[in-house]
Design a protein. Sequence first.
Length: 430
Amino acid sequence: MPETTPSSPAAHRAPPSHAELFRVFGRIGILSFGGPAAQIALMHKELVEDRPWLDEDSYLRALSLCMLLPGPEAMQLATYAGWRLRGVPGGLIAGGLFVIPGAIVIGVLVALYAAYGQLGPVQAAFTGVKAAVIVIVLQALRGVAMRALKSRGAWVVAGLAFLAIFALKLPYPVIIAAAGLWGYLKARDAAPGPAPATPAPLARPVRTAALWGTLWLAPLAALSLFGPPLLAEVSWFFAWLAVVTFGGAYAVLAYMTQTVVEQYGWITTTQMIDALGLAETTPGPLILVTEFVAMLAGYLSGGAGLAIAAGIVSLWATFVPCFLWIFLAGPFLDRLGTRPRLTGALSGVTAAVVGVILNLSIWFALHVLFARVGSIPLGPVDLPWPDTGSLDPVALALTACAAGLMFGLRWGMVQTLALCAALALTLNLV
């Protein structure tokens, strides 16, 4: 495998050893709870504040690049940092260690869920977890909205994106593409900044794209020809999801749910909600929920062996392209930062993501708080509508408790999840 080694972040400072990368990024991977904001802050502390591996400007430019790319921005930021310090091996170490601890935990949780998930006390604890997740999604919505909705046009895009997915049921990729095009065209009159004097040779990105594209897609093609149908479906769906996952995992969860529940029938809506709740309790990127879904679908279809295979396939399809994007775009970071149209496209996508996450918030809350959710016609469309008589007062009370803890007392996500689960279990046992 050819190695692409970028320049050292400081000419007078030797890059860290591979052993140091293992130690630091292993620590980051184990402690990366709390979603992308907390993960990005943790990496800033470890890489910029505690040890001078990256300077502030380099870190912020890398973060901007990762927000332009599809996939989990925190994992890609870790990959870029490792690549910047020690080339491709460093990127593989940093990105891999960011994902592996959470992936192991998810695998254990799937095994426990398959064995004990239907027990009464376990389901009661899930009620508390899901109530807390309602508030966690709302917190993510607030964070993205504060960053994205800084103009009247952005508010309009967010509103239209919400109506498109909530009322018209338009596909998520179509909404994101339209929003990105709007942002790109809106920035057409902006003057580009000065480009670097020495652009990277064209042959290098072509080789990188060919190598990593083949590495990513060839196993998927082999599964389509020789593997079980479920593994082929899992591989191509999550590979497609990796291409359209702009704005973080919350933005694509509703689209993912629609596909895996309604189109493929791999799992139920309740199981999908449980998967999200459990994924929130693990370190690493939230998009690891894909592993949970794939493993559970494999277990329900063919037992433990197929579950393990489906989990490995989902991880490959989801995260190998993250390395592709970083190794391909990393050498062009300074040039990308001078392209206002790309920044405009990102702004449009981020505004649309606000509307998409609002749809997810409503969908999730309806299915957690009400036992039955139907629909009502409104002109040519059907809108989701709950049966008010099926309201779960315990779930409602736990949601209010989680909101008070997170928005009022500023509790962290993990502590809130644990307390809400404990309260739900206690209420079930009383």
